[in-house]
Design a protein around this ligand. Structure first.
Ligand code: GLY
Length: 411
């Protein structure tokens, strides 16, 4: 509509006045589209429709309900892994979001099938990623009120929370992570990604699990806020603690470009994790940390609003997964911000990110593929799955779309 109005301004002078007025309105009340662009609602509708088509087709591509899409190949087919992989919850999660977006019973049926294949993982004490696995799959199913399996779903999530809680170290007051490439003597590694698994403990403590699970999760978030955030708002990926004394041995990265750089997906897990910690505790510290990390993320974005894989690396790949995670997190975070202009600022930033995600070269619009988004990076330093689709980018993209549509008003 703005484009039509602009074209109808006959003189240069009126056009200049009109342009100035639009810039002023956009500055003080940012609109989710640009003069030359398609309205965000329409981009989102189109992306949602195509995503549902891709997801319905992916069921035939994957076919075996005990296997789960992880990363795409260069020719945009899904690589499949069994339930042990840390990413296994995301595909059932995508199917649950597809059901929520479409109300199409086929998605509910498929979501149940891939969800139930994860059940045995509830006893897997070798991973810190049970939150990802169970909240994205069983958690989303429960949220959508899957009647028949409701009590089973709840009990399975509670069992997974019990297993995750075993990782809590009462001296360090946090959950240990399950891997390190450069372990030190007596060291306990903790990575920022673990923030994403706190939701499982918070949720369990509010749903008939032990109340102290919430203390575990809260303490872990406090330790992360204390030790992982640099003065400029950037983040470390890993902190190694001395198991005996609790002292920090060193800080650095596993998946990022360097020990003093900020790996964008790790940073995104931090933002999302602090937002969830605030959701459950309502403690200002966690919202402040989410905002601090979000400010760093936004400040370091290139013009198209899609994060590089590492904010300081000279190797210039984007990682859409980081942007999907943060877009979704910001759509939740704005609900907790009272100041209207700040709320509007983060909302417009999230909308700018979502707008880019819905378009080429990121959204695989008309391509012959079932992967929704191109250009994720799993682990660049070991050259693993660089610049390919990832199932977690698709999951947080669908969540961001769902959250965008659920907002009461669009700016
Ligand atoms: N370590 C999980 C991730 O790649 O984000």
């Amino acid at each position: 509509m703005l484009e039509k109005l602009f074209i109808n301004c006959t003189s240069k002078c009126y056009r200049a006045i009109f342009t100035f007025a639009v810039i002023m309105v956009a500055t003080f009340n940012p609109l989710p589209y640009t003069l030359a662009g398609e309205p965000l609602d329409s981009l989102v509708d189109k992306a949602a429709r195509i995503s549902l088509e891709h997801l319905a087709a992916s069921v035939n591509e994957v076919s075996d309900t005990t296997l789960f899409p992880t990363y795409g190949t260069k020719d945009l087919k899904w690589q499949l892994k069994p339930a042990e992989d840390w990413t296994a919850g995301f595909y059932p999660g995508c199917l649950w979001y597809a059901y929520e977006l479409s109300n199409d019973q086929r998605f509910e049926h498929w979501a149940r099938q891939w969800t139930s294949s994860l059940e045995e993982e509830k006893n897997n004490s070798g991973t810190h990623d049970l939150g990802f696995k169970f909240m994205c799959s069983y958690g989303n199913g429960l949220k959508l009120d899957v009647k028949l399996e409701k009590s089973d779903y709840k009990n399975i999530i509670l069992a997974a929370a019990n297993t995750l809680a075993e990782r809590y170290d009462s001296k360090l007051k946090c959950l240990s992570s399950n891997w390190d490439m450069k372990p030190e003597k007596n060291s306990c590694p903790v990575i920022i990604d673990v923030m994403m698994n706190l939701e499982l403990l918070f949720w369990a403590s509010e749903n008939d699990g032990p109340a102290y699970f919430s203390d575990y999760a809260r303490n872990h978030a406090i330790v992360t806020a204390r030790d992982f955030i640099r003065p400029d708002g950037g983040t470390y990926h890993i902190v190694r603690y001395d198991k005996n004394t609790g002292a920090v041995i060193n800080k650095g990265t596993l998946q990022g470009a360097g020990d003093e750089t900020t790996w964008s997906r790790g940073h995104a897990w931090g933002i999302y994790g602090f937002v969830v910690a605030y959701r459950y505790t309502k403690e200002k510290l966690f919202l402040d940390d989410a905002i601090r990390l979000a400010d760093y993320f936004i400040k370091h974005l290139p013009e198209d609003h899609i994060a590089p894989w590492d904010f300081q690396s000279d190797i210039k790949y984007r990682d859409v997964s980081a942007s999907c995670i943060v877009t979704s997190a910001l759509f939740e975070m704005i609900n907790y911000i009272k100041n209207d202009s700040l709320k509007n600022y983060y909302k417009s930033e999230a909308e700018a990110m979502l707008s880019s995600l819905c378009k080429a070269p990121y959204f695989n619009g008309n391509k012959n593929t079932n992967c929704l988004l191109a250009h994720s990076v799993q682990f660049l330093p070991i050259n693993s799955n660089v610049d390919v689709p990832s199932i977690f980018a698709d999951y947080y993209f669908l969540e961001a779309i769902t959250r965008y549509r659920q907002m009461e008003t669009h700016l």
